[in-house]
Design a protein around this ligand. Structure first.
Ligand code: DX5
Length: 225
């Protein structure tokens, strides 16, 4: 399948998997490997059975000069999203399953000068977000059930990524396709070949002895894809 994507594939470390007692060093380590974008998972204990970070973690991450996306796994993204646009997140991604009005929320995020992303749980078909692609800058395809790191990549998500790739390319839209969950050197190849151009990886980077080397391995794996 010929792809005309507008971006080379980016590796995006997920801070959920880093040593929480040494977040700054972890960010420095991936930065030293040329990473320019990190992901901060926000969990409210309702949309997913876990609690994680808040706006202050985004403020902290922004001090390292990287692009910071905040993935809102929350029941009430309309209320929570402004916390993260104000905290300096560059991209605010919310779940289509939770939004009261996804189009309005995406417009509000963009009005704050931020990029808007919509995330899909594995069970949510691509068709749900197709009409909204012109309103957003990123679509996040969860390749694990959201809530925790260390889960296995769900290969059945690959056709969903390809569907989105074709829709975005045929409409000549500038919209990232982000795959998130279970990304490692093998699944990074599968996801990028299916059309993803942003790959969120937690365990495959921060779960390794040498963080910078692990990030470099993933970058090399998808170079020129
Ligand atoms: C899961 C999070 C993912 C997760 C990725 O709900 O959204 O970003 O941290 O971690 P790994 O790469 O370990 O699956």
């Amino acid at each position: 399948m010929t792809m005309t994507r507008k971006h080379s594939v980016e590796i995006v470390p997920s801070l959920l998997a880093c040593d929480l007692a040494h977040m700054g060093e972890a960010i420095q380590a991936v930065k030293s490997a040329g990473i320019s974008w990190v992901s901060v998972d926000i969990m409210d204990g309702h949309f997913v059975p876990n609690l994680s970070f808040g706006p202050d973690h985004v403020r902290m991450a922004k001090k390292y000069g990287l692009t910071v996306d905040s993935h809102l796994m929350v029941e009430d993204p309309e209320s929570i999203a402004p916390w993260f646009t104000k905290a300096g997140a560059d991209i605010v991604t919310f779940h289509i399953e939770a939004a009261k009005n996804a189009k309005n929320l995406a417009q509000k995020i963009r009005q704050e000068g931020k990029k808007a992303g919509i995330a899909l749980r594995p069970q949510t078909p691509a068709e749900k977000v197709l009409p909204l692609l012109p309103e957003i800058d990123l679509v996040l395809v969860m390749t694990v059930d959201p809530g925790f790191g260390g889960a296995h990549f769900i290969k059945e998500m690959l056709p969903k990524i390809s569907t989105l790739r074709q829709a975005i390319d045929s409409a000549n839209l500038d919209c990232w396709i982000q795959a998130d969950g279970g990304i490692n050197p093998q699944t990074a190849l599968l996801a990028s070949e299916a059309g993803a151009d942003s790959l969120v990886a937690g365990t495959a980077i921060f779960g390794q002895k040498n963080i910078a080397q692990a990030a470099q391995i993933l970058k090399d794996q998808v170079r020129n894809k």
